[in-house]
Design a protein around this ligand. Structure first.
Ligand SMILES: Nc1nc2c(c(=O)[nH]1)N[C@H]1C(S)=C(S)[C@@H](COP(=O)(O)OP(=O)(O)OC[C@H]3O[C@@H](n4cnc5c(N)ncnc54)[C@H](O)[C@@H]3O)O[C@H]1N2
Ligand code: MOO
Length: 403
């Protein structure tokens, strides 16, 4: 790698080496949205639990098609059916239980009704408009695998089984430290040379989206003592310690030295743009374990890109959630021109899904301090080092719209 810079792949390998998943905990399904299943859920009920009608209409035996039949019972959803009298039909509504003896349903639009008789159309196949017991889920089958993120459909699936509690992974506890004397919290006045802390809310939101619990946030003044003290406190409170800023080469960049004093620096400086000075390592914890350390560069875009590239897979490993491991890749056509140097460029692009395929439009200013470039970004276009891209060229994109 150029200039002794490390590859993303080497950084991921160092970051994910020896990760121990968080413990399992029991949680009410009601509160489990977004959480990750710690164990597979086995179905304990058939769904649907009984043969039922897919239409409002009439249930009959298909051998009685084409005839006038007496209507011998009325079956609304939620009321039990009795066996169908031979040679009759049953008025039935969507979701109503199919009566024993009936094997198909005809929708009411196709039926002529005269008092308590109804004329069935010709040629009805057995099974027509019937939702068979167990068609969706069979008792004993795997309902959801371990590692599943409990989003809308999965939550519905659990409720469909009458399940109220699940075993999920405890959310990884994260401490998020903002370094820099110039950084001020919104709500405070700004003095000359200062700026508001945009990294904290941005990263907090991303981390929560990746399944973490941001357990502690703090601001760290630019001094060696304060940095050492805050890193110690962070490692006491969290199993992942993230800092922003202070990892470059300036005299006020204390993070790397403090990490080396307290714990271990595994890797520093990557051949990527933005995010070059990113640092990875471990910090000792009072329980004898190690906290994962990720030092993100201070520039907000570097933090944004670093979070997607590194914090997301770290959470995926801690939660044993494969959907969080690697970002989905898709191929698009560039509508921009760019030339890269020795670092791989992760460009923020908006995607347009058209008839000619997917087009990636790059935000015009790709500087790592320009957070506007991330606001409408659907993907990161990955442009390899020493490459020229012209409009119409294929670019690989990492999609940010999934989990
Ligand atoms: N001589 C060199 N200078 C720099 C190099 C280099 O290789 N040699 N690398 C540059 C690159 S690339 C980056 S990225 C930055 C990263 O530096 P740091 O991680 O030490 O970050 P800071 O200097 O503390 O801050 C950079 C920039 O970001 C602003 N910032 C910091 N925190 C926040 C926050 N929470 N919210 C909003 N903005 C924040 C800060 O004010 C600075 O403007 O180093 C280059 N320099
Ligand atoms: O890594 Mo820096 O983010 O290129 O500006």
């Amino acid at each position: 790698m150029a200039d002794g810079l490390q590859s993303v792949e080497a950084a991921l390998a160092a970051l994910l080496d020896g990760v121990v998943t968080t413990a399992a905990e029991e949680l009410a399904v009601e509160s489990a949205a977004g959480r990750v299943l710690a164990e597979a859920v086995i179905a304990r009920l058939d769904v649907p639990g009984f043969d039922n009608s897919a239409m409002d209409g009439y249930a009959l035996n298909h051998r009685d098609a084409g005839q006038w039949l007496p209507v011998s019972q009325r079956i609304a959803a939620g009321t039990p059916a009795v066996p169908l009298a031979p040679g009759s039909c049953a008025r039935i509504f969507t979701g109503g239980e199919l009566p024993p003896g009936a094997d198909c349903v005809v929708m009411q639009e196709r039926v002529e009704v005269d008092g308590d008789r109804a004329r069935m159309p010709e040629g009805l196949p057995a099974g027509d408009n019937v939702r068979r017991r167990g068609r969706d889920v069979r008792t004993g089958a795997s309902l959801l695998p371990a590692g599943e993120r409990l989003e809308a459909a999965a939550l519905g699936h659990l409720a469909g089984q009458g399940i109220t509690e699940v075993m999920v992974r405890r959310r990884p506890r994260v401490a998020l430290l903002s370094t820099g004397d110039e950084i001020v919290d919104p709500g405070q006045p700004l003095a000359p040379g200062q700026l508001y802390n945009s990294n904290r809310p941005m990263l907090k939101r991303l981390l929560e989206r990746f399944g973490a619990e941001v357990a502690w946030v703090a601001s760290v003044p630019d001094s060696r003592e304060a940095t050492l003290d805050m890193l110690c406190q962070a490692a006491e409170r969290a199993e992942v310690v993230i800092t922003t800023g202070g990892v470059s080469v300036g005299e006020e960049d204390h993070v790397k030295a403090a990490l080396q004093t307290l714990g271990r620096l595994d890797l520093w400086r990557l051949a990527i743009r933005p995010g070059k000075p990113l640092a990875l390592g471990r910090l000792p914890r009072p329980d004898g374990r190690e906290a994962h350390f990720v030092g993100l560069p201070g520039n907000p875009v570097s933090g944004f890109v670093g979070a997607w590239l590194f914090l997301r897979p770290l959470m995926g490993a801690l939660l044993a959630c494969p959907a969080l491991d690697a970002l989905p890749r898709l191929a698009a056509r560039a509508d921009f021109t760019t030339t890269t140097g020795p670092r791989r460029h992760y460009m923020r692009v908006a995607l347009a899904f058209g008839e000619q395929g997917i087009v990636a439009s790059a935000f015009r200013d790709q500087n790592s301090a320009v957070l506007s470039s991330c606001v409408g970004a659907d993907a990161l276009a990955v442009v390899p080092a020493d490459t020229r891209i012209e409009p119409g060229d294929r670019v690989d994109c990492l999609w940010l719209g999934g989990e």
